[in-house]
Design a protein around this ligand. Structure first.
Ligand SMILES: Nc1ncnc2c1ncn2[C@@H]1O[C@H](COP(=O)(O)OP(=O)(O)OP(=O)(O)O)[C@@H](O)[C@H]1O
Ligand SMILES: [Mg+2]
Length: 244
């Protein structure tokens, strides 16, 4: 059964067509990669999915419920989690405290099921290689480290569907692998993940399916191996081959 369904999503901003009749379904437990050139509308589509932008046309359903008109807060309560770049991090709190606040915001049942919260905080920081900085203020982290902290926190937030916008941007190869491991672990737990990335090998490794946007439109869709072979991807993503 599909957890998320987009039907004919269009968006016009300042007279410019940013999204054009975007339709696709995401199955429960699926990891879907959203790729496409800069400015193709990927982040804008996430803004529409999380409720920060109202589509000009079309509808979105979550587990069969129409959520097109709902606020971002309502959608978050229904289980949509989004990772923003360095947003939601409390810079004056330590890393431990930052993770703890996220855990304490969970519904009581879920919090109880986690057991010892201090142990969960420690394992969350370990997952993204930040154990040594547990007692440091979050504001002292580098941009890439802050990004990892934000990812770890969101992924532990008890959500069902995650929207990750370039989670490995500015993150070193070793930690990129840890982000990949984290996503695989979530998939094993049955979570659904929609992920925007420019790193195609990363996408191929972790995604069940890839959707390609170009100028606000879905132009390709399929298994990573199949999509990679398409000439169209070469054209829109890497530029036309001048020798052909
Ligand atoms: N609030 C806005 N008002 C007007 N135009 C906007 C707004 N937000 C985004 N756009 C335009 O929408 C288009 C898509 O932008 P978007 O940020 O979604 O691209 P993207 O695919 O995420 O690109 P990147 O890979 O560079 O992050 C761009 O042309 C951008 O200028
Ligand atoms: Mg973007």
């Amino acid at each position: 059964m599909s957890i998320l369904s987009l039907s004919g999503i269009s968006l016009i901003l300042n007279g410019q067509q940013i999204l054009q009749s975007v339709s696709f379904d995401v199955a429960e437990g699926e990891v879907v990669g959203l790729i496409g050139p800069n400015g193709s509308g990927k982040t804008t589509l996430f803004n529409v999915l999380s409720g920060f932008l109202k589509p000009t046309g079309g509808s979105i359903t979550l587990r069969g419920k129409d959520i097109t008109g709902l606020s971002p807060a309502r959608r978050a309560r229904l289980g949509i989690g989004r990772v923003f770049q360095n947003f939601g991090i409390f810079r004056d709190m330590t890393l431990e405290e930052n993770v703890l606040v996220a855990l304490e915001a969970l519904p009581k049942e879920q919090r109880r099921s986690l057991g010892n919260l201090c142990a969960v905080v420690a394992s969350t920081l370990a997952m993204v290689g930040l154990s040594d900085s547990a007692k440091k203020k979050a504001g002292s982290l580098s941009g890439g480290q802050m990004r990892l902290l934000e990812i770890a926190r969101t992924l532990k937030s008890g959500k069902e569907l995650f929207l990750l916008d370039e989670p490995t941007a500015g993150v070193s190869p070793k930690l990129t692998q840890q982000v990949a491991d984290l996503i695989v672990e979530l998939k094993r737990e049955g979570k659904t993940i929609l992920i925007i990335e420019h790193d195609l090998p990363f996408i191929s490794r972790i995604c069940d399916r890839v959707i390609v946007l170009d100028i606000g439109e879905v132009v390709l869709e399929g298994k990573p191996g199949e999509v990679k072979k398409q000439k169209k991807l070469q054209e829109i993503y890497f530029g036309a081959d001048p020798t052909s």
